[in-house]
Ligand binder design. Structure first.
Ligand SMILES: Nc1ncnc2c1ncn2[C@@H]1O[C@H](COP(=O)(O)OP(=O)(O)OP(=O)(O)O)[C@@H](O)[C@H]1O
Ligand SMILES: [Mg+2]
Length: 368
């Protein structure tokens, strides 16, 4: 391979180039899928150096390279595809860490490294049967910056999503531990005391007023037991871990203080975070219907559509729910979005409230 200085080419309409770069920057700002942005970058590169092929190539840890995006038109770019060892142009960029242009036979190529978070991530390359213009370095610099911004943006989003998911998972773990501690600790302890007191109340020689007092204390302790059980359920519903959404949602509806009509069409176990999220959505919406909505009736629907779980709670109360006024609805949205789902509250004043969420579920593989 002979490394040569860029050669003179055709002048491009600078305004057109700038407009194209702005469009690409807009795609990044709108968080369009990185594959689409990178492909658009290669299309723009191919257009600027026409007739040309353009590619975005990533360096892998094992010293190989992966072609991440490639322009659709133009002559095939030999040696760019698949996972290849860094050779030729890609090796030259890797070693010089700078812009490289070269000509091999009648083919002209140029490449610019892409740095993400100060580390060399990959390169943008163009190849053409015609000489490349003198300003190829400047133009590839602009395109490489867009590639870097796209990759950095995707990385940030992925990190954010992962950290949200971790936070939800960590809080669920703590909730499960608290529920277990309450169940195995306080609840068991209190129920043992109730039984002991009942035993005392049965002693025949007991003075009637003492028996009455002991029975009274036992009854109050039993109320404490139910209170702790209710608290444990709110923290983490054991019925959910044991039986899944079908019994858990029906139990929720049964306990609802506003009369609830329930329709649960979920007949399989779903991943735990999804079951837990769906349960909390239903529980919070039912509690809100009673507490804020002053509703006279509520409907709870849950449906497994195969690739998603849909939960909807509809009340006929006063409406006007505002998620910014509390932590319940906002927490549900965070939880749902951390799982890649969507959460919506529709609550016009005077017209009831509908809380719905869609939680994506990995599709079932036949025979799996
Ligand atoms: N079903 C409903 N009908 C009418 N208003 C509602 C309903 N649900 C919520 N709201 C209103 O929206 C606000 C926010 O609800 P959210 O559940 O987020 O918080 P909260 O119930 O006040 O507190 P918590 O953090 O304990 O849930 C409530 O304070 C209430 O004013
Ligand atoms: Mg609430």
């Amino acid at each position: 391979m002979e490394v040569s200085a860029p050669v003179v080419g055709t002048a491009q309409d600078e305004a057109e180039v700038q407009a194209a770069l702005r469009r690409l920057a807009m795609m990044i700002a709108k968080h369009q899928p990185s594959a689409a942005v990178l492909h658009a970058v290669t299309e723009e590169a191919a257009r600027q150096f026409e007739p040309a092929t353009a590619g975005v190539i990533r360096y892998e840890r094992d010293g190989r390279t992966t072609l991440v995006a490639e322009s659709t038109e133009g002559p095939p770019a030999a040696g760019w595809g698949g996972r290849l060892p860094a050779v030729g142009l890609t090796a030259a960029v890797l070693h010089t860490r700078r812009f490289v242009s070269a000509s091999v036979g009648s083919r002209f190529t140029a490449a610019m490294p892409v740095y993400v978070d100060d580390l060399m991530w990959g390169l943008v390359a163009v190849g053409s049967g015609r000489m490349l213009p003198t300003d190829v370095e400047r133009r590839l610099t602009e395109l490489a910056e867009l590639v870097a911004a796209t990759v950095a943006d995707e990385r940030r989003w992925a990190e954010l999503a992962a950290s949200r998911t971790r936070l939800v998972a960590a809080s669920d773990k703590i909730r499960q531990r608290i529920e277990r501690d309450l169940h195995e600790g306080a609840q068991q302890f209190v129920i043992t005391l109730v039984l002991r007191l009942r035993g005392v109340a049965e002693i025949p020689s007991l003075l009637p007023e003492i028996r009455a007092e002991v029975e009274d204390i036992a009854a109050e302790l039993l109320a404490v037991f139910y209170g702790v059980r209710e608290l444990a359920r709110a923290v983490h519903p054991a019925i959910l871990s044991v039986g899944g959404l079908y019994p858990a949602l029906r139990a929720l509806a049964r306990r609802s203080t506003v009369p609830a009509v329930v329709d649960v069409r979920v007949h399989r176990r779903l991943p735990e975070p999804i079951e837990v999220a769906a349960y909390h959505v239903a529980a919070e919406a039912l509690a809100n219907a009673a507490e804020h909505g002053r509703a006279s009736g509520v409907e709870l629907n849950a449906k497994d559509s195969g690739d998603a779980l849909l939960v909807e709670v509809r009340d006929d109360g006063v409406g006007g729910a505002d998620p910014t006024l509390g932590s319940g609805l906002i927490g549900l949205r965070d939880r749902t979005e951390a799982l890649g789902g969507a959460f919506i509250v529709v609550s016009p004043p005077g017209a009831g409230t509908v809380v719905s969420c869609r939680l994506p579920v990995a599709p079932v593989t036949p025979g799996a």
